[in-house]
Design a protein around this ligand. Sequence first.
Ligand code: IPE
Ligand code: IPE
Ligand code: MG
Length: 248
Amino acid sequence: MTGMHVAIIMDGNGRWARQQGKPRWRGHLAGVDSVRDTVRGSPDLGITTLTLYAFSSDNWKRPAAEVGRLFWLLREYCRRERNELIENGVRVSHVGRRDRLPTKALTALDDLARQSAAGTRLHLRLAIDYSAQEMIASASRRLAEEVQAGTRRPDEVTRDALELALTDGVSPVDLLVRTAGEQRLSDFMLWETAYAELYFTPVLWPDFRRADLATALTAFQRRERRFGGLVAVNGSAAGAPAPKLAVG
Ligand code: IPE
Ligand code: IPE
Ligand code: MG
């Protein structure tokens, strides 16, 4: 059975740095430790897919120096964590736009994706230059091109078809965590979170550890997921029975 899909909006690096009297990038640097610990702890918590929001398409609005540091950190992460990720059976992939990423960062991501491709314990998806709205638009564009080419009929542009084009078969998000107290999605996984449980914690991302993730999962397990029906369905959406019409 497919395990859980957890998605995390890793927020609060800047605030953490300010609290410590340090420049913002030190918060991003400290945040890498949180990524490592969260990834290490995930399989034992029953998570099989972990999507981390690392850089939004709107984060390009930040000063070039901060953006540069973030991509440098990404490269360092790919380089330093590679062996451990592979040993632990973690498969890494990228979600988001590729065309605007710095070449070195893209190469590091592609290399790590290729080298870790055999991992089966955890699928780690790094959302970088990611915009959920842009993802939906580009998946729609691909379907439109098939219609124009005559390989798909307009009535075959269905919810299922769009979902497949958008998610490439990755299961919907079961639990969405956002750190640092903000209660918004910031253009993250808008389609895939249709029935996700939302969990907001005041903990700043650089302070977040696997124990905090375990706390979020405990809260998740107490939630009653109904998917629009009347019967509570426990666990992940992927493991839920196919929706049936409740009659009588
Ligand atoms: C999250 O921390 C990291 C990224 C968005 C890249 P922030 O940098 O947004 O930290 P705050 O929100 O300013 O504290
Ligand atoms: C969302 O955080 C993006 C990431 C965590 C990568 P932001 O800090 O960019 O979001 P807003 O601006 O507070 O909505
Ligand atoms: Mg922020």
